[in-house]
Design a protein around this ligand. Structure first.
Ligand SMILES: CC(=O)SCCNC(=O)CCNC(=O)[C@H](O)C(C)(C)COP(=O)(O)OP(=O)(O)OC[C@H]1O[C@@H](n2cnc3c(N)ncnc32)[C@H](O)[C@@H]1OP(=O)(O)O
Ligand SMILES: O=C([O-])CC(=O)C(=O)O
Length: 368
């Protein structure tokens, strides 16, 4: 027995929601976030602006921005018991699983968890965004047997995040590049993790549960996990020629090359990747060492010529994070942390106009 609907593997091209949050306009090659172009935002605005845009619907005025920064800073603290839970995790725990555990544990500290009103959800989202850098960094540190690091509220949101990661106060240049990566990762229409979060939210479940599911989705290397996979691949060799060979070998072995391809931009470069390629160039220039850029460009060329495939954001995020001195295990958790703004906006939108997701199947089992 089957329904009359056509089955589309991977739901390729299927419309899953009506949204006012974002849209990948492939015809005009624009990533639209609430009417603004993400690439323009990455040149003229910072992550905090985009957080406000996603959650409050418009870019902030100067005073709203200051208020938002204060709101985030005042929510930096993590309950000690959550840190204790994280300290009990075995050291082979994947950093994304550490983050997932910490995020999930925070739900028990929300005294208003059953309140799904717009205001309650928004306030919850901002509180979580305040806590995410400390949860992300300290879950990683505790799993690795390192001391917990406390946030520095005198720094900007992104500078503090980077400071907690590296243990050193970043230069303005480093903080700005890191901020740009957060901004570019903040929202991207209907990737697997957003769909996951919306599906969970559609049962009237809460933001913590929806986000926790989002972490699990983002961990996979076909999605967010690709950024760390790219860096492991780059670290396998030392020169552009060797990297070219490595990629060619992977293609001969019919392996997927991480950081390439995209469901929506399969035959074009992800516009966000170009921005981070430029950031990598700037970082190489500062260091006076262009090796990583040369390797990435060599990989890009082989993939374009041999497969007609182009880099996605993760391909250039990886070497940028490497050059900022960020441990590889934190690449995907940072992606999630930045994406929390977009995911929360989607969960709020789903709660505000909800119908439970419940698709059908084509049955191909035993006859009956
Ligand atoms: C920020 C992000 O999350 S971006 C995505 C990050 N993920 C990655 O970089 C992982 C590598 N890329 C991929 O696996 C895919 O391109 C995805 C998951 C991003 C998109 O998947 P889909 O839209 O389902 O495309 P699908 O996997 O069917 O690929 C279509 C064809 O291109 C090939 N292809 C796609 N990506 C790659 C790749 N990275 N390396 C080699 N071949 C690839 C496939 O083998 C397939 O070829 P075929 O038609 O000959 O079988
Ligand atoms: O859109 C997608 O499928 C994946 C992606 O690039 C993202 O989540 O940023």
């Amino acid at each position: 027995m089957s329904t009359n609907q056509q089955f589309v593997p991977g739901l390729d091209g299927v419309i899953a929601a009506e949204t006012a949050i974002s849209f990948l306009d492939t015809e005009q090659e624009k990533i639209i976030i609430r009417g603004h172009e993400l690439i323009d935002l990455s040149q003229n605005n910072d992550y905090i602006d985009v957080v406000h845009l996603l959650l409050d619907g418009k870019l902030p005025t100067a005073s709203k921005k200051t208020a938002l920064e204060k709101k985030l800073t005042s929510n930096y603290d993590i309950p000690d018991q959550v840190m204790q839970i994280l300290s009990l995790l075995p050291k082979q725990t994947h950093p994304m699983d550490g983050l997932r555990t910490g995020l999930s544990a925070l739900s028990g500290y929300d005294g208003d968890i059953d309140n799904r009103s717009l205001e309650a959800n928004k306030s919850r989202a901002y509180k979580l965004l305040g806590k995410l850098p400390a949860i992300t960094v300290n879950s990683f540190r505790l799993i690795n047997g390192q001391e917990v690091v406390k946030p520095d509220p005198t720094l900007s949101y992104s500078a503090n995040f980077l400071y907690m990661i590296t243990g050193e106060k970043p230069t303005a240049f480093e903080a700005e590049i890191f901020d740009r990566t957060l901004l570019l990762y903040s929202e991207h229409e209907m990737p697997n993790s957003t769909f996951t979060a919306r599906v969970i939210a559609s049962t009237n479940s809460d933001l913590y549960g929806a986000l926790t599911g989002g972490v699990a989705s983002l961990k996979g290397n076909l999605h967010g996990g690709a950024n760390e996979a790219v860096m492991y691949m780059l670290n396998e060799v030392k020169t552009a020629a060797a990297f070219e060979e490595l990629i060619q070998r992977k293609l001969i072995n019919k392996e997927k090359v991480m950081g390439f391809g995209h469901r929506v931009y399969m035959k074009k470069m992800d516009p966000r990747a170009l921005v981070l390629k430029d950031a990598l160039k700037q970082l190489c220039e500062k260091k006076g060492d262009y090796t990583l850029l040369e390797m990435c460009e060599a990989g890009e060329e082989v993939m374009r010529e041999d497969k007609g495939l182009y880099p996605n954001l993760d391909y250039y995020a990886a070497p940028v994070y490497w050059m900022l001195g960020i441990p590889i295990g934190l690449y995907t958790p940072i992606f999630f942390s930045a994406r929390t703004a977009g995911l929360a906006a989607h969960v709020i939108e789903q709660h505000n106009n909800n119908r439970i997701f419940r698709p059908r199947v084509h049955y191909i089992g035993e006859s009956y």
